[in-house]
Design a protein around this ligand. Structure first.
Ligand SMILES: [Zn+2]
Ligand SMILES: [Zn+2]
Length: 257
C-alpha cells in the first residue's frame, strides 16, 4: 500500500512495516522500517521484491524491539546482511541482555490485553548487525528523514519524520487502532489511541513523546498498528485530544503477572 511518495506500508497480520524508497544519489536505495510479526519474512520479501526487484535495503531501522516489530528479522538477515539501526537505549533488549518489563494486562479490559502475558517479550540476538541510531538529527543514510526519540512504550522507542511532506512513521508511540481490543484490531477502525497500554510501562514519558510528535504538526501518520491517517488539522486535533485524555496514572501501578 502506498502511504506517500516513495513510502509503502505493509501489514503483517497485526503489525505494520514501512518500506522507504527514493534514497541515495540515484534515488534507488531503500530502507525497511520494522520487521513485522514472526513468520512474516516470506511475505515481506515478496512485497519488497514487487517494489524494488532484487535490490536489498541499505538498512533496517527498528522503531523498537517488541516481538511484533522484529519477528521476521532473523530470517530477513539470511537474505539481506545489512545493518540494523536502533536507539542506544533499545540495544540491551535487542542483544538479549535485558528483557522487556512484564506487560500489565489489568490496565485495560479487552481480549488482547488478557492475552498479553503470553506474548513473547524476549529479544533475539543480532549483535553483529546492530548499529546505534542517533536521534535529533537528519539521518546520514536517509536524507530528508529525522529520527526522534519517543520513549515510554519502550525506553529506546524512536519515530521517523520526513519534513518535506510531514510524514510521520510513529511506530507504537501512539497507534491508529485501539490495540487492546481484538474487535478493533480486526476491523481496523481509524482512531487515534495511545500505545498498547499493557506494553507501555512509562505512561508519563509516553505522553510527553506524543506531545513531541504533535508539535511537528504531521500531515500523514503511519503507525505500528492501524491504517495511515491523512490531514494536518484532523491529525493535530486527534493528537491533542489524545494528550488531554491520556491517563498517566498507570505508570506506578504494580504488575499482577
Ligand atoms: Zn510495541
Ligand atoms: Zn506493536
Amino acid at each position: 500500500m502506498k502511504i506517500a511518495s516513495d513510502v509503502y506500508g505493509y501489514k503483517t497480520a497485526i503489525a505494520n512495516i514501512a518500506l522507504v524508497g527514493g534514497l541515495g544519489k540515484d534515488k534507488q536505495d531503500w530502507v525497511l522500517v520494522d520487521a513485522g510479526i514472526p513468520y512474516s519474512a516470506k511475505f515481506i520479501l515478496q512485497y519488497a521484491k514487487s517494489l524494488f526487484g532484487k535490490k536489498k535495503p541499505i538498512a533496517i531501522i527498528l522503531t523498537h524491539g517488541h516481538f511484533d516489530h522484529i519477528g521476521a528479522l532473523e530470517t530477513l538477515l539470511h537474505e539481506w546482511d545489512v545493518p540494523i539501526y536502533a536507539h542506544s537505549e533499545e540495544m540491551s533488549y535487542l542483544t538479549g541482555e535485558e528483557v522487556y518489563p512484564r506487560p500489565t494486562p489489568f490496565v485495560v479490559k479487552g481480549v488482547m490485553s488478557f492475552l498479553s502475558p503470553f506474548y513473547p517479550r524476549d529479544g533475539i540476538q543480532l549483535h553483529s548487525n546492530l548499529k546505534v541510531l542517533q536521534s535529533g538529527e537528519e539521518l546520514n543514510f536517509m536524507e530528508g528523514w529525522e529520527c526522534i526519540h519517543t520513549p515510554g512504550h519502550t525506553k529506546g522507542h524512536i519515530s521517523l519524520y520526513r519534513k518535506e511532506d510531514g510524514l510521520l512513521l510513529a511506530g507504537d508511540a501512539f497507534v491508529t487502532v485501539k490495540q487492546e481490543s481484538l474487535f478493533a484490531v480486526l476491523t481496523q477502525k481509524e482512531e487515534l489511541h495511545g500505545p498498547p497500554a499493557y506494553f507501555t510501562p512509562n505512561r508519563a514519558e509516553s505522553r510527553e513523546s506524543i506531545m513531541k510528535l504533535a508539535k511537528l504538526e504531521p500531515s500523514i501518520i503511519y503507525t505500528g498498528h492501524g491504517k495511515p491517517l491523512y490531514g494536518k488539522e484532523q491529525i493535530a486535533k486527534g493528537l491533542y485530544r489524545l494528550i488531554r485524555h491520556y491517563d498517566v496514572g498507570f505508570a506506578e501501578s504494580p504488575t499482577i503477572v
